[in-house]
Design a protein. Structure first.
Length: 135
């Protein structure tokens, strides 16, 4: 076991260590941006579905708001637009296109019989029926 650890530690150079620390720093900033975007996405979704909007539309609007926030945070604090040598509008277009898969996923989940609101609604209806039978 010691020989494996020893042989691996020989390959760690100051340059590799510095690159690893830079990558970990970027990963932590990306994770924070993702978490904030998720909070916005879910908050918009909950507010809109509470207001009786269909879950599919609320999911799309929430995802769009989260996507926009994630782009702004990522381009400003995580990656920066300059290293990519691309215009800001092109970067947003690519970012938004990659988000279409997420929107399609949300639409499929909202129509699923396993959607949390449907499961909770079924449980609530079952409880209401049981109360009515007892009366």
């Amino acid at each position: 076991m010691e020989s494996i650890l020893h042989s691996r530690s020989e390959h760690v150079t100051p340059d590799r260590l510095q690159a690893l620390l830079a990558m970990l720093s970027q990963l932590s900033r990306y994770s924070a941006a993702s978490a904030l975007a998720l909070v916005l996405d879910f908050t918009v979704y909950l507010v809109l579905t509470t207001g009786d909007m269909k879950p599919v539309f609320a999911g799309v609007l929430g995802y769009g708001a989260g996507l926009a926030l994630h782009f702004l945070l990522s381009s400003k604090f995580v990656f920066g637009a300059t290293p990519a040598n691309k215009a800001q509008t092109r970067l947003f277009g690519e970012f938004a296109l990659s988000g279409l898969a997420g929107i399609a996923r949300d639409v499929c989940l909202c129509r699923s019989p396993f959607h949390p609101r449907r499961l909770a609604g079924g449980a609530l209806r079952g409880n209401r029926r049981a109360r009515l039978k007892r009366q």
